[in-house]
Design a protein around this ligand. Structure first.
Ligand SMILES: NC(=O)c1ccc[n+]([C@@H]2O[C@H](COP(=O)([O-])OP(=O)(O)OC[C@H]3O[C@@H](n4cnc5c(N)ncnc54)[C@H](OP(=O)(O)O)[C@@H]3O)[C@@H](O)[C@H]2O)c1
Length: 296
């Protein structure tokens, strides 16, 4: 039996339509959410992400500004920019695009953002709130994974979720989110990484498998059980002479082989990817509600 495809494009479209309506309502009440994105350097992937963030803001009616600085910008200048936007009431969210050039400390930059404007959910205050299950801005990719599960009818409650990868931006936060005693969570969670012994023995126990390693097609059919739900977070570019560009994107899961065993699976691209920016929009709108005490 071939798996249902969980379309991140479709789910993201539905959420964006909901958010657009919310922003329109807020605007008639005199509140316009605002997001500033700071991009230091010329990293090609970052340029694309930043452009897409601007486009998403425009689509939803969110005020957006992109601040670009050259690759040799001093750390002090970036910190001063953050101070400026922390104090600017037009902007509810501040996002500093990562990775940063090596002369700039990522930690110092993230710490400098006012936690109430930290729409990426990376400030330790928000990370701490997420861990204790209090109201926080959830990091965007993990929040998107949770939405995908719930909205595709695969509620993690009571399920064994196995996560492959323990990064601070995907593996650790999604583990923390899904283990909470809360709606859309209540899972039993196992986290695997490069030091895990016999990883396939654990992945085969998964009711829901979340692959976030950055290793192309790592998960094979014999590493999952029948009926598993798979969320493939990986985005890897591999050679493919049959395409015009000579490359294509694949996930961390061997999609063609595994889709015959899974009950549901996300594609790459078009799975988790579109959800990430959508969750950034949701966090920005939420920040505006907090800043303007919006009850509407
Ligand atoms: N769609 C999206 O919006 C989105 C967002 C973020 C990331 N991603 C993608 O998701 C993937 C993961 O990103 P990331 O930032 O979390 O990666 P990362 O920081 O490189 O972390 C990778 C994790 O996978 C583990 N790992 C790597 N190779 C392994 C192996 N052979 N066996 C077991 N564990 C292994 C590592 O273990 P150790 O900790 O032991 O080294 C690490 O915990 C990438 O492809 C990235 O492009 C997509």
């Amino acid at each position: 039996m071939a798996a249902n495809i969980i379309s991140g494009n479709e789910v993201a479209k539905t959420i964006r339509a909901e958010l657009k309506e919310e922003v329109a309502k807020m605007k008639t009440g005199g509140v316009t959410p605002g997001l500033v994105v700071i991009l230091v350097g010329e990293d090609a992937a970052s340029q694309v992400y930043v452009r897409k963030k601007g486009e998403a803001c425009e689509e939803l009616g969110i005020l957006s500004e992109t601040v670009r600085r050259p690759v040799d910008t001093a750390e002090a200048e970036v910190l001063a920019l953050i101070d400026k936007y922390n104090a600017d009431p037009r902007f509810d969210g501040i996002l500093v695009q990562l990775p940063l050039p090596k002369q700039i400390s990522e930690e110092k930059v993230l710490m400098r953002i006012d936690p109430s404007k930290d729409v990426d959910g990376f400030h330790p205050v928000n990370v701490g709130k997420m861990v204790v299950g209090s109201d926080a801005y959830l990091p965007c990719t993990p929040a998107g994974i949770q939405e995908l599960l719930v909205r595709s009818g695969n509620d993690p409650k009571g399920k064994h979720v196995v996560i492959l990868g323990r990064s601070n931006i995907v593996g650790k936060p999604i583990a923390n989110i899904l283990v909470q005693k809360a709606p859309g969570a209540d899972a039993t969670v196992t986290v695997c990484h490069s030091r895990t012994k016999d990883l396939p023995a654990l992945s085969r126990q998964a009711d829901i498998l979340i692959a976030a390693m950055g290793v192309p097609k790592f998960v094979k059919a014999d590493m999952v059980k029948d009926g598993v739900v798979i969320i493939d977070v990986g985005v890897n570019r591999i050679d493919d002479p049959s395409t015009k560009s000579g490359t294509r994107l694949v996930g961390d899961v061997d999609f063609e082989a595994v889709k015959e065993k899974a009950s549901a699976i996300t594609p790459v691209p078009g799975g988790v990817g579109p959800m990430t920016i959508t969750m950034l929009m949701r966090n920005t709108i939420r920040a505006a509600k907090v800043h303007h005490d919006w009850k509407g």
